[in-house]
Design a protein around this ligand. Structure first.
Ligand code: ADP
Ligand code: ZN
Length: 607
């Protein structure tokens, strides 16, 4: 008799119900169908293949690009009482031999392999002799040359299609980019597969953006509200990573630096400390990221602008995988932009690619400077327009910072019009401020009526205004590719020029104020532990840390925070009550039930 997926979800994983499209995906794959699954980080992709793996006869083969990810998944499955193993270059010969025996005897439910290991030697031939439940291709965007995590070995996975035509294939990714999706379908021959898409919204992440004034002090202020929480701080360069990490350590944080300039051993040790500790802060360049599936990262902070809005989404997405409240905090200032532009210009990319990169950067700047809900902008960029304001971003939480810029916007549009729609923002701002540059004189722009009509704003404010007008579609880059600005669609521009429409946006404070100002400490958005008994919760955390140490696994594999918080809320008195709690399946009940109940009995519920 085949097990029923909802029963497996409860008894093995300890979860009450499927989330979003999980139920449909599991049913489809259990029935032998192939699938492409597009789900955000933390959306619950693993269960989409783990449950069919347990419901279908044979071993499921999971292809995963990173050893750390495989090790985590295998350890988590074993905690849940599932027979899982991994084959990759870091396994000892004895462990490999044991895995082989298990595999051949049909005892393995899931086998994790790296793509290079799958394709090496005769593994494919050997697998072809065995009953296989399915192939899962995790991080499937690695097959795309367009995406940023391209891995050439993934291209060879096409062999699965030829060799195992009747075995279901399920490819999974958190990439939202349509071009990458199309490439996955083509390269993994998933034209016939069902496509399942979850919303890419991450409602538990609070987006907080701040003007960049004194980033180090602002970061320290923010982190004061995050003490005891694990988090990631992203900075642009190795040098800045080192500098910020040192400042955090000096302020008493358990912080470490992570960048490509460190040795492999140093990086592995840092990663280990982050995964096994609680309250460790990693200050990192973007080299730190894929493969972090720690569920209880409570914040991701950016002290420099990321490369693009996609990059921002992926980097911030590492916070709050466990669904509990988390914060994405960023300071941003126009000062970051020229350097990012230069990176693009200095790269090897062809002109078409560079143009796309500039466009992606523009989208990020539009997001950072927006005066409407951040989540709405992010979601509409990810192809999900039309959502309501979220109530969980700085704009929604701290409204009223917009000023009426209708007049200034009309002046900006006039400057574009009078100069022929061919010049970039820098020159247009010079004209509005009444500048006396060589370009202004040679073009005769000092003789235009718009010359010098914009002295009420300073240069930084004008630049913001031009970027916002572009982000909102009033202006667009002219088609000749020289970065000049031209009018957007008539239907937008005309009402504004005629004074039929008003425009509000947030401008940075004038430069003279900016230099002297001290920033406020923002709301931290720390997750609440609700009605949990604090003493019991502390005791449970201490117990968990000890268990994790003894077994050499990260604490969150023993129990996630949410499980401990729920125990400390409900004070379960017997196994039955315990088994109803989030994340407690039969195996964990058997291994840890007695110890947890003993702890609870020492911290009884208030009468
Ligand atoms: P992804 O791989 O998509 O980033 P994971 O598979 O790691 O996400 O799942 C994220 C978290 O959500 C994990 O802690 C997982 O145990 C939990 N989770 C997934 N599905 C469910 C569910 N149906 N009910 C409760 N928790 C779930
Ligand atoms: Zn919002």
């Amino acid at each position: 008799m085949t097990p029923d997926p909802a029963g497996v979800l409860r008894s093995v994983f300890g979860y009450a119900s499927f989330r979003g499209p999980q139920a449909a995906i599991v049913a489809h794959v259990c029935g032998g169908g192939s699938a492409l699954v597009l789900m955000p980080t933390g959306g619950g992709k693993s269960l989409c293949y783990q449950i069919p793996a347990l419901c279908r006869p044979g071993t499921a083969v999971v292809i995963s690009p990173l050893i750390a990810l495989m090790q985590d998944q295998v350890a988590a499955l074993r905690q849940a009482g599932v027979r899982a193993a991994a084959l990759h270059s870091a396994e000892s010969p004895e462990a490999v031999a044991a895995t082989w025996r298990e595999l051949q005897a049909g005892r393995l439910e899931l086998l994790y392999v790296s793509p290079e290991r799958l394709l090496a030697g005769d593994l494919i031939e050997r697998l072809a002799q065995l009953p296989l439940a399915l192939f899962a291709i995790d991080e499937a965007h690695c097959v795309s040359q367009w995406g940023h995590d391209f891995r050439p070995e993934y291209l060879q996975l096409a062999v699965l299609v030829e060799r195992f035509a009747t075995t279901p294939r399920i490819a999974l990714t958190a990439t939202a980019d349509p071009r990458t999706r199309a490439e996955i379908v083509q390269r993994l021959a998933l034209e016939q597969a069902a496509v399942f898409t979850a919303s890419f919204d991450r409602p538990n992440i609070r987006y907080l953006l701040r003007d960049k004034l004194e980033p180090q002090r602002q970061l320290l202020d923010f982190l004061d509200g995050q003490r005891g929480h694990s988090g990631i701080v992203y900075a642009r360069s190795r040098k800045r990573v080192e500098q910020f990490a040192a400042a955090l350590v000096a302020a008493g944080h358990d912080a470490l630096a992570y960048h490509a300039g460190l040795s492999a051993e140093q990086r592995a040790a840092g990663l280990e400390r982050f995964r096994h500790g609680s309250g460790v802060v990693v200050v990192a360049t973007i080299a730190f990221g894929m493969g972090i599936d720690k569920p209880d990262v409570r914040f991701v902070a950016h002290v420099d602008l990321p490369k693009s809005l996609e990059a921002y989404y992926q980097e911030t997405g590492r916070a709050g995988r466990d669904g509990l409240p988390a914060v994405a905090w960023m300071v941003h200032g126009a000062g970051d932009v020229p350097q990012l532009r230069r990176f693009i210009e200095d790269s090897e990319a062809d002109p078409e690619q560079k143009r796309i990169e500039h466009g992606r950067l523009d989208a990020l700047i539009g997001f950072a400077e927006a005066s409407s809900c951040r989540r709405q902008i992010l979601l509409s960029y990810l192809g999900e327009p039309g959502s309501d304001p979220c109530g969980n971003c700085d704009i929604c939480l701290e409204p009223d910072q917009g000023t009426d810029v209708t007049e200034a916007a009309r002046k900006a549009l006039s400057a574009v019009y009078r100069t022929g729609g061919r010049f970039g923002a820098a020159h247009l701002v010079d004209v509005l401020l009444g500048g006396d540059t060589a370009k202004i004189r040679s073009q005769g722009h000092d003789r235009l009526g718009v010359h010098g009509i914009g002295r009420e704003l300073d240069r930084g404010q004008w630049r913001t205004l031009f970027r916002q007008l572009t982000a909102r579609g009033y202006l667009m880059s002219s088609t000749d590719g020289h970065g000049g600005l031209a009018f957007g669609p008539d239907t937008l521009v005309r009402p504004l020029l005629r004074g039929e429409q008003r425009l509000e946006m947030r401008l940075p404070p004038p430069a003279r104020v900016r230099r002297g100002e001290r920033a406020e400490a923002g709301p931290g958005g720390a997750p609440s532990t609700g009605n949990a008994d604090p003493d019991l919760l502390a005791a449970l955390k201490t117990w968990r840390l000890e268990q994790a140490r003894q077994q050499g696994v990260p604490p969150y594999l023993v129990f996630q925070d949410r499980t401990l918080i729920t125990i400390a809320e409900r004070h379960p008195v017997d196994r039955e009550e315990l088994s109803g709690i989030y994340g407690i399946g039969q195996a964990k009940l058997a291994s840890y039930g007695a110890a947890v109940l003993a702890l609870v009995s020492r911290h009884p519920a208030p009468a």
